[in-house]
Design a protein around this ligand. Structure first.
Ligand code: FAD
Length: 420
């Protein structure tokens, strides 16, 4: 089997960013990226496509343009790991060897967990910004709706960009408000979670928008079945005493977000933790049992917000620690759990939620991060796409320089980071 210094599984946000960060530090490394897709997607843009702000063409690029020059692209899918032999098995049965491995194939959308969803997606007013193909349909349906019931769902966590289900609601409501039709539309946010947002500081400003749009909140409501033709959805509702019952809702418009899991070849591998995510030390992003294996992005087990923003900070940490590993030194960089969720609460304003492990606020700019701002909207719509494509994927570590493990500042009661 051909053997590389570094083998990277997945050429998404994480795979491209980490390869570029590695090459910046060690241009002679022999790196290969295993990635089956011809297209690379800027998924944070899909929220804006669903609101008519972006054309979907702005959110995709040829993969060949995103994988850094100097890195070998292997157009194939990984199927299994053989960590004892330092090899990865591809779907066609061939093998690739490595000195160090980075696993970052993202996560998979589990549509089969919602009975009837696949049959009706893209029809009957049922849509999802989580699919490139359907985000434009969201915008068409939002424009078409003038009265009736609009449902927005959120599955059990973790999911990528946990704010995205409610962002779809705020931007849709904002359109209906501007069109003067919002009073004729009953809006409901049905979430499997018990709170609106995981970081308590951001809940009060979000609640003000929920009130402004007169949206109903239904917590502990987990979507289990949908019948598009009949315009009905069913939720498993967990009551305070822990008993579960089924509730039915009618809808004219339904924005779905499915449960999300690690890909099967990760879940079934010796590298996974009990929940199926690729196990890493939360600070060093190194596998606890295989010191030559690292992971970042949506698939890794670190309990940060699964976002491209997190990848921006994780990539330099993995690059530092992986190179240390290759030269026989201990890991020397630590990840503080940074993630960011630009909450698009109205067209023209964003609450730029940036936070790390244990909900510690980590604003990049010296302002109160809880305030909805026009400048943050400009950042989301104009700045972040080029920060992503032109800086992050190219290894320019804008404001993302890794910290040393002993410099990590975490809340006193935060025990998420084990290895120091
Ligand atoms: P991905 O970017 O999904 O890439 C995974 C890659 O692995 C893909 O190219 C795939 O083809 C490849 N792959 C899959 N299986 C295999 C295999 N077997 N072998 C080899 N390769 C494989 N983030 C933000 O920062 N801000 C936001 O506002 C934001 N909003 C979002 C809104 C939506 C609607 C969605 C869907 C996501 C949003 N995100 C946001 C999240 C962000 O897109 C992800 O966190 C980020 O893309 C994760 O990077 P990744 O490389 O782990 O996964």
């Amino acid at each position: 089997a051909p053997r590389y210094d570094v083998l990277v599984i997945g050429g998404g946000a994480a795979g491209c960013a980490v390869s570029a960060s590695l090459l910046k530090r060690a241009p002679d490394l022999r790196i290969a990226v295993v990635e089956p897709s011809e297209r690379h997607y800027y998924q944070p843009g899909w929220t804006l496509v669903g609101a008519g702000v972006f054309d979907c063409a702005r959110t995709e690029r040829a993969m060949a343009r995103c994988i850094p020059r100097g890195v070998q692209w292997i157009r194939a899918a990984a199927a299994a790991f053989e960590p004892e032999r330092q090899q990865v098995v591809l779907e066609d049965g061939s093998r690739l060897g490595y000195r160090a491995l980075v696993v970052c194939p993202g996560l998979v959308l589990d549509w089969d967990a919602i009975e009837g969803a696949r049959e009706t997606l893209g029809r009957n007013g049922v849509t999802s910004n989580y699919l490139f193909e359907l985000a434009p349909y969201t915008w068409r349906q939002v424009q078409a709706l003038r009265r009736g019931r609009a449902l927005f769902t959120q599955p059990p966590l973790p999911i990528k960009c946990a704010g995205a289900p409610q962002k779809a609601m705020y931007l849709s409501c904002n359109h209906w408000l501007r069109q003067g039709v919002l009073p004729d539309i009953q809006v409901e946010f049905c979430s499997a979670a018990a709170t609106l947002f995981g970081v308590a500081d951001f809940v009060p400003p979000l609640m003000r928008y929920v009130a402004r749009y007169d949206a109903r909140l239904a917590f502990s409501h987990n979507l289990i079945k949908v019948d598009g033709e009949a315009h009905k959805a069913w939720f498993a509702v967990t009551d305070a005493d822990g008993t579960t019952r089924t509730e039915e809702r009618e809808f004219d418009f339904l924005h779905l977000v499915p449960p999300q899991r690690a890909p099967a070849f990760v879940r079934q591998s010796p590298l996974a933790n009990a929940e199926g995510w690729l196990e890493v030390d939360h600070a060093t992003l190194r596998h606890p049992r295989y010191p030559d294996i690292f992971s970042l992005g949506d698939v890794c087990s670190a309990p940060n917000a699964k976002t491209a923003a997190a990848v921006r900070k994780q990539a330099p940490v993995v690059a530092e620690n992986l190179i240390a590993q290759l030269v026989g030194r201990a890991p020397r960089a630590a990840y503080d759990g940074y993630g960011s969720c630009p909450l698009t609460v109205e067209r023209g304003k964003v609450i730029l939620a940036e936070f790390g492990y244990c909900g510690k606020l980590l604003p990049s700019l010296p302002w109160d991060p809880r305030v909805p701002r026009r400048l943050a909207w400009e950042l989301k719509t104009r700045g972040l796409p080029s920060i992503y494509f032109d800086l992050m994927l190219k290894g320019h570590e804008w404001l993302a320089g890794p910290r040393r493990p002993d410099r990590l500042q975490l809340p006193a009661d935060c025990d998420l980071v084990r290895e120091k």
